[in-house]
Design a protein around this ligand. Structure first.
Ligand SMILES: NC(=O)C1=CN([C@@H]2O[C@H](COP(=O)(O)OP(=O)(O)OC[C@H]3O[C@@H](n4cnc5c(N)ncnc54)[C@H](O)[C@@H]3O)[C@@H](O)[C@H]2O)C=CC1
Ligand SMILES: O=C([O-])CC(=O)C(=O)O
Length: 322
């Protein structure tokens, strides 16, 4: 399995690093417009190979947007992970990045596709739901090959906050003890943590936590990315990188894993012509199935709000969609 990771910044380098340590890739190519940075990060990762016992070859490449051959070293990639673009600063929303990142995402996807016509694309750059929609419309690829990463990360944050709340309430738990999923847009205001389905080792958390505690968990999950951005001065990268690598792994190993991903809806959940987070089965064909689950009244209303917000953001793509 050959994977290209576009953007050798915080998230991209972490994706490459986690992929190498997971040991299922033969080759990972890190691409950036910067000279030296992708090469340096690849070399740094390779210098852990002996200690971490992996055989993956990680290389770094500089490719400028106007270089028709810049992506030649990425040729034949099975999966392309797109992390190139600006991260937000404290006080910004992900949606504020749309103007600058739409141009970057469109250009790198076109360049990568030329050399890897059969690749699956995993979109990370924000605002991710809109960038996934843009990629789908721009490439005209079938929807099973275009996946946005948001739900894997948001669900992981949901589990973290649930574990903290459960521990505080007298039910000691780690995030690994908890199951929970977040659907909807990858957005501070409109993601939808599915409280009604969350469990501690099979026990509904609604039986263990007060409404107030659950409301706090939901609020913390929704602003999980903004909280880290405030603490770090730029957005997070460790869990985001691991989330993307986990999606690549599900495809590479044909794992048929149920992972919430941002995908193009064609009538599922009563919606069409947008990309948004829903439970998906990921395997060797990328998106293999969208799993439609029953949402309770409040969750359904929140999902619909999230859909509307995603449509409003897509409308701002304007000329990029042409
Ligand atoms: N979907 C998600 O869950 C998450 C999304 N993100 C998003 O991922 C993106 C990257 O974040 P970071 O890695 O923290 O930013 P970063 O600034 O550390 O890295 C971005 C890299 O992209 C490169 N780049 C810019 N234009 C390029 C082009 N045309 N071709 C190749 N490389 C190019 C830059 O030179 C830079 O090295 C941001 O848009 C951020 O908002 C970040 C975390 C989670
Ligand atoms: O918060 C951000 O801007 C980056 C991101 O999407 C996340 O960490 O969830």
């Amino acid at each position: 399995m050959k994977v290209t990771v576009v953007g050798a910044g915080n998230v991209g380098a972490t994706v490459a690093n986690v992929l190498a340590t997971k040991k299922f890739c033969s080759e990972v190519v890190l691409v950036d417009i910067k000279e030296g940075v992708p090469q340096g990060k690849a070399m740094d990762i390779m210098q852990t190979a002996h200690m971490l016992n992996f055989d993956t070859t990680v290389t770094g490449v500089t490719a400028l947007p106007n270089d028709p051959e810049g992506y030649a070293p990425t040729a034949g990639s099975d999966v392309v992970v797109v992390t190139s673009g600006m991260p937000r600063k404290p006080g910004m929303s992900r949606e504020d990045l749309i103007g600058v990142n739409a141009k970057i995402v469109k250009s790198v996807v076109d360049q990568a596709l030329k050399y890897s016509p059969n690749a699956y694309f995993i979109i990370i750059s924000n605002p991710m739901d809109a960038m996934t929609f843009l990629t789908l419309k721009d490439t005209k690829l079938p929807r099973n090959r275009i996946l946005g990463q948001g739900g894997m990360l948001d669900s992981s944050r949901f589990r973290y906050f649930l574990a903290q709340a459960l521990t505080k309430a007298g039910y000691p738990a780690t995030p690994a003890d908890v199951d929970g999923m977040v659907i909807g847009g990858h957005s501070d205001k409109t993601m939808v943590p599915l409280v009604s389905y969350a469990t501690l080792r099979g026990i509904p958390v609604t039986q263990l936590l007060s409404k107030e505690a659950l409301d706090d968990v939901v609020a913390n999950t929704k602003v999980g990315g903004a909280t880290l951005t405030k603490l770090l001065g730029t957005s997070a990268w460790i869990a985001p990188g691991a989330a993307a690598a986990t999606m690549v792994e599900a495809i590479a190993l044909d794992a048929k894993k149920l992972i919430p991903c941002c995908v193009y809806l064609e009538g599922e959940y009563g919606e069409k012509d947008l990309c948004i987070g829903v439970p998906c089965i990921l395997g060797k064909n990328g998106l293999e199935k969208i799993v439609e689950i029953k949402l309770d009244g409040e969750e359904k209303a929140k999902f619909e709000e999230s859909v509307q917000a995603a449509r409003n953001t897509n409308a701002k793509l304007g000329d990029a969609l042409k």
